[in-house]
Write a protein that binds this ligand. Sequence first.
Ligand code: IMP
Length: 184
Amino acid sequence: MKFVTSNKHKFDEISQVFNNAGIQIEWLKLKYDELQEDFTESISYKSAMALKEIIDGDFFLEDTGLYIRSLSGFPGPYSSFVSKTIFNDGLLKLLVGKDRGAYFKTVVSLCIDRRILQFGGILNGTIAETPSGENGFGFDPIFIPDGLNKTLADMEISEKNEFSHRSRAIKHALLFLKNNNSLS
Ligand code: IMP
């Protein structure tokens, strides 16, 4: 099974989930154009539709967004843009005096036998007052999962994988693949 991403952090997290299940994945290190859409689901789906035309065989990719409740879900589907522009410091400034509840959503699109299936995973939490931690990537230093008092960047991959949005979505896809004997 091929995983398409140019992001090494995503590959490291996802390959660990597969390795723990005794399955190797192939890293197809490809940077593809993400169409800007209003939903993480449609960004993920349209990316898979485009890649279906150029990749032989089965593959999967994922798209992830950070949704901040008091900002009406922003940056959500615009997370990639925000991580290249105002990023964590800009989000922290936007949140002064506001509710800090947020969630990550990952949508995996699995292309199997030329059909596309989607699997989702959510992680609820709050946006920290200040960034913390050296691990992970993106918004990890400012995201505190519910029930914990440290950010995702304060954790090793194995701990993040116990409950993260990404590992939840991948575990759903993995279950489907196992039940359908579709692992190759
Ligand atoms: P993408 O479009 O799925 O690559 O994600 C959009 C942006 O969200 C990326 O540029 C990352 O900075 C950020 N991001 C994605 N996944 C995570 C995560 O698991 N933790 C923190 N930030 C993430």
